[in-house]
Structure formats: C-alpha cells, structure tokens
Design a protein around this ligand. Structure first.
Ligand SMILES: Cc1cc2nc3c(=O)[nH]c(=O)nc-3n(C[C@H](O)[C@H](O)[C@H](O)COP(=O)(O)OP(=O)(O)OC[C@H]3O[C@@H](n4cnc5c(N)ncnc54)[C@H](O)[C@@H]3O)c2cc1C
Length: 475
C-alpha cells in the first residue's frame, strides 16, 4: 500500500488549489481524478462560457460606440478559440505538470475505504489526510417527458458545435442568463423559463432587473414565475408546456437548474460522513469533515464558485500544514458575466452561502488575498469605463491573444484584493499604451454610478484557476 501525507480526491479548481500549496510545501501528495484535471470550470463551465461570451460582447460594445462599424461574428473561429481554451479536452500537460512537481497522479475513480484509506484506479492508498474535492453535477428537473427530447447541460451548451435555431433554457440564474445571452447573440431564438418571479432571484432584485433588461434587449423571451411541466418530442426538437398551458417549440432544452454535490461512490459511510440535506459534505469553518478528512469546493454546497473552491483549497492546505486557519464566507464577490456585466453586492452572501455548521465566528470578511500572478493587467483603450479596481485586469478567455495560456513567464502580478466592498470609478489614462495581451474590459462604458456597488475580484479568481492549471502544465 502506497503511503502519502495527503490524498486529494477530485482535481477541479479546489483540488488543484490545495495540491499546489501542499506540493510547494514538500508534502507527499497523491491526486486522483476520474475525468480531466482542471475539473468543470476549466472545460465545461467558467472558462468556455466566458470565452464564448466575449466575441458577442465585443460586437455589442462596438455597436454601442458611435463611429465604429459593427464587426461580424465568426462562429467557426470562435469555436476554434474555445477549443483551444479548453485544451481540446486534453489534460495530458496537467498530468505531466503535477508529476513533475512530485505528485502521484492517478486517473481513475477514488473511493474511501476506511480512515485515511482510499482505493483508486485499482490501487490502495493511505494518507494522514484525505481531501474530498469531488465537485457537483447538474440537477435534472423532474419534468414529464424530458428524457425524450434533446437536453443539454452546461457541458453540451458550452461545447456546442452548431448553434441551434431555437433554445429553451430552464433556470434563470447566472448560468441561464449568461448562456441565454450567448445563444441569443449568436442568432438563436431564446426563451428562458424561470420558476421564481425574477431572474437571478438569489441576489438583490436590481440584479435581476438588470439581467432582464439586458436579455430583453437581445430579444430573449423571459417567462418568470413559470415552470416547465411537460416535454414532448417534435420534429427533432421539443415542445415544452409551461404550467399556464402555453407551449414553446425549441430545438434543444438547456438546463440551468442548479447543481448537486457529487457524493455517489465516494465511500462516505466508510469515512463516517453523513451528508447534509442537499447531499453536501458538511464541514466546519476549517473545512474539516472529520478526523484527517477535509472537503472543499462545490461538494460542500457552500457558494458554488471557482474562487470559493480555491479559497477553501488554500484554507485546507494551511490547516494540513499546521496553520490554524478558518474560512469566512462573509463577503463573496461574484458577477454575472453578461453584457452589461452585473455584479451583485459583494457585501451580501448569496443565499445558502453559509457552511452547514460552524464552530467559530468568521475572522475576516474577505477571502484570502490572492498571491499568484494573473493572466494580464492590460489596460483597455476605453477610458470612460467604470473600473472595479481588481477587475481592471482582464481574464484569460478574452481577446485574441493566445500568448498567456502558452507561456507563463511574463505575467504581471495582480493588484491586491480589496478589503471591503466599495464602488470604484476610475478614469484610466488615455495615454496608457495598449499591449499585445487581451485588452477588452468586462464592463460596459456606462457611468459608474449606474452600477451596483462592488469591487470584482471574481474575474481575477477565475483567471487564477487557469493560472493554477497552466502553471501545473508548465511544471
Ligand atoms: C456554466 C457554468 C459557468 C460557471 N462560471 C463560473 C464563473 O464564471 N465563476 C465562478 O466563480 N464559478 C463559475 N462556475 C462554478 C464553478 O465552475 C464551480 O464552482 C467550480 O468548478 C467548482 O470546483 P470544484 O473543484 O469544487 O469541483 P469540480 O470542478 O467539479 O471538480 C471536481 C472534480 O472531481 C472529480 N471527481 C469527482 N468524484 C471523483 C472520484 N470519486 N474520484 C476521482 N475524481 C472524482 C471530477 O471528475 C471533477 O473533475 C460556473 C459553473 C457553471 C456550470
């Protein structure tokens, strides 16, 4: 039986953040991943969705500026760029990178067989610490006939080959809004069905209003306060019946109906873990799930964001390394990457952001400051924009430059994360030289005072994750 200091189950962003720190500290680490190192975010969620959104956003931005012709969208080229950004769904470089850092990499499914014991890929492993970072999977709503019609989750929707003519999205949260805008701007006829009375209903009502206005301007039909009750096949597509009896024809149904923790087959019983009501692995404020047992990321059910998973990964690594570190979820920055970008107030946690149980009071209102370099701090030529300070750095999916993902040596360091939520409206110097890196801002040129108050380290954190995986690839 091979013995390690730490075994990490699942190498999405959470697992990667923990692994990076532990390896850097000289720990003997085994990482187990049954799909692709990088997890959902890198291949089927944050990275591809933001990559896809950028081209139509740039087009819309140009259309809003006097004196600029409207650029054409080139779907095959955008699709190629997307494929490049998701590494053609190939994690060989990541595997190599972790091996070069000293990790034992096992591609296979892990199952806990007892305290400190894990079976993975036909091998038995033992460790002082086991970190569960198994992520989440899409919820499939219980709709009569749904299994007989074309249904996409975020995986198919972000890896689309041909843009369908008609799309019906179930769920109007951030995922629904972002995908809805992307498909509408790529020419699809989009309908969003949302059970709640407003879009993005876990956030301040103004956020939902802004999202609604943006989507309506793109021609999206929004049916809030309704549920889809039936689906039936029709001509290769589907007819969806809503609870008020109205019917909508669509080529495909896309699910944005939430996610549930992935716990099946993990051996939670052997680990002595009883999952919470939503199937989540409950953790204390140190992300501890038991003796020598830790859980991080979506599987904890706490604020399903990349930066939260990474933060928890860092918290767990610190605790394993003997530093007493509690997590705080007091202020979770987040943003809806639609155009215009809508940042909910970071001072308010989204609903269900709290851990299932906490043994201490949170120490700090903000996630730990990121220390790693980001993709680029290229300043856009636009000088009239509202610049949430930390978001002034653009993220890797933007623009046409392919330099950053391929080389890691010249990236600037990120500015410090803000310590408290605030509105920052900065006018950037017109003399700032443009750079070869991605240059476009994520925010519109509307005046700062029209935007909800927030600073936005979220994009940076998303970029951080790509950084982690690219660094791993680079060794
Ligand atoms: C469409 C979409 C867009 C998003 N955009 C953003 C965004 O812009 N910003 C943001 O902050 N968040 C975003 N998110 C959320 C973000 O993707 C997740 O919060 C994040 O990926 C969670 O990371 P994780 O490490 O917890 O889990 P995952 O990334 O899901 O990784 C878990 C890994 O564990 C592996 N695994 C599971 N079980 C086992 C096992 N038994 N053995 C071995 N391996 C196992 C899986 O294969 C997987 O690779 C988005 C989500 C979606 C769906």
């Amino acid at each position: 039986m091979d013995r390690f200091d730490v075994i990490i189950i699942g190498m999405g962003v959470g697992g990667e953040a923990a692994a990076g720190r532990l390896l850097a500290a000289g720990q003997r680490v085994a990482v187990v991943e049954r799909e692709l190192i990088g997890g959902e975010c890198a291949y089927w969620a944050c990275i591809p969705s933001k990559t896809l959104l950028r081209a139509p956003e740039a087009r819309a931005e140009a259309a809003r500026a006097a004196g600029v012709g409207t650029p054409a969208l080139d779907w095959p080229e955008l699709r190629d760029y997307h494929d490049y950004m998701v590494r053609h769904l190939d994690d060989a470089a990541q595997v190599r990178g972790y091996q070069e850092q000293g990790a034992t990499v096992i591609k296979g499914t892990a199952r806990i067989t007892g305290p400190g014991q894990v079976e993975a890929g036909g091998e038995l492993l033992e460790a002082d610490h086991v970190v569960i970072a198994a992520g989440s999977a899409p919820v499939r709503p219980d709709i009569d006939g749904l299994d007989q019609v074309p249904v996409w989750t975020n995986r198919e929707a972000t890896n689309v080959r041909d843009i369908p003519g008609r799309v019906l999205l179930i769920g109007g949260s951030a995922v629904g809004v972002e995908l809805g805008q992307f498909y509408a701007r790529m020419g699809a006829q989009v309908t969003i069905v949302q059970r709640a009375d407003r879009l993005v209903d876990r956030e301040d009502p103004r956020v939902g209003e802004l999202a609604r206005e943006a989507l309506a301007a793109d021609g999206v039909t929004i049916r809030t306060g309704h549920t889809a009750s039936r689906a039936r096949p029709a001509g290769g597509g589907a007819v969806i019946t809503l609870d008020d009896g109205t019917e909508t024809e669509t080529d495909v149904v896309i699910l944005g109906t939430g996610r549930r923790p992935v716990i099946a087959g993990l051996g939670l019983k052997a680990a002595g873990i009883t999952p919470g009501a939503r199937g989540e692995i409950r953790v204390d404020d140190h992300c501890r799930a038991g003796d020598g047992l830790w859980a991080i990321g979506d599987v904890t059910g706490i604020s399903l964001f990349t930066h939260v998973a990474m933060y928890q990964g860092r918290v767990v690594a610190s605790n394993i390394l003997g530093r007493d570190r509690a997590a705080s979820y007091h202020g979770i920055p987040r943003v809806i990457f639609a155009d215009p970008e809508t940042p909910p107030s970071a001072s308010q946690p989204p609903r269900r952001a709290r851990p299932a149980s906490t043994s201490r009071r949170p120490r700090s209102p903000w996630p730990t400051r990121s220390t790693g370099p980001g993709p680029t701090s290229a300043t856009p030529a636009d000088t009239s924009g509202c610049s949430p300070t930390a978001a002034a750095a653009s993220w890797p999916g933007r623009g046409r430059s392919r330099r950053w993902p391929a080389s890691g040596s010249t990236r600037p360091r990120w500015p410090s994360a803000p310590r408290s939520p605030s509105t920052r409206c900065s006018t950037r110097s017109p003399s700032t030289p443009p750079t070869a890196r991605p240059t476009s801002p994520r925010w519109s040129s509307s005046p700062c005072r029209e935007r909800p108050a927030v600073t936005l380290p979220c994009a940076r954190e998303v970029a951080d994750l790509a950084q982690t995986t690219q660094d791993a690839a680079a060794g």
